[in-house]
Design a protein around this ligand. Structure first.
Ligand SMILES: [Zn+2]
Length: 141
């Protein structure tokens, strides 16, 4: 074990990966409140987008945008929030968060205090998310 959770584990349910990065489905409370919430995680320890080579940066953003497309296709959210904070882990990562006008935090960021209860919403299957992601990655290539 290397004492880094994201080196030792995928960090969620793994939907897709290549040699540079991976896409995981966020579970737990956040995954229940925002079904379809995914994260794109760079495998290596890199802190900032500008630390990546230009080709790596393009690759990471193309994966982020493919995930955005997949989440839109499967979940039909009112909005997508893309966020890259990374204050707590040494892996550059992007949150791809489906948002609805009636979700527990809208229009605030999901990390703000909740302003209403979590509404009932169908959870997508991981197979549907992965299939939509593969299609989006293919059309971006
Ligand atoms: Zn690590």
């Amino acid at each position: 074990m290397s004492a880094c959770e994201l080196c030792d584990t995928p960090g969620g349910e793994l939907l897709w990966q290549d040699e540079r990065c991976r896409v995981i489905r966020v579970g737990g409370v956040e995954g229940s409140a925002f079904p379809g919430f995914c994260r794109v995680i760079w495998h290596a320890h890199v802190a900032e987008m500008s630390d990546l080579a230009v080709a790596e940066r393009r690759h990471l953003l193309s994966v982020v945008h493919a995930v955005e497309t997949a989440v839109r296709v499967v979940m039909h959210p009112d909005k997508i929030n893309l966020a890259s904070l990374g204050n707590l882990v040494p892996h550059l990562h992007w949150h791809v968060i489906p948002r609805w006008r009636d979700d527990s935090h809208f229009p605030a960021p999901i990390w703000a205090p909740a302003c209403r209860a979590v509404p009932e919403r169908a959870r997508p299957s991981s197979a549907a998310l992965t299939a939509a992601l593969l299609r989006a990655l293919e059309s971006a290539a």
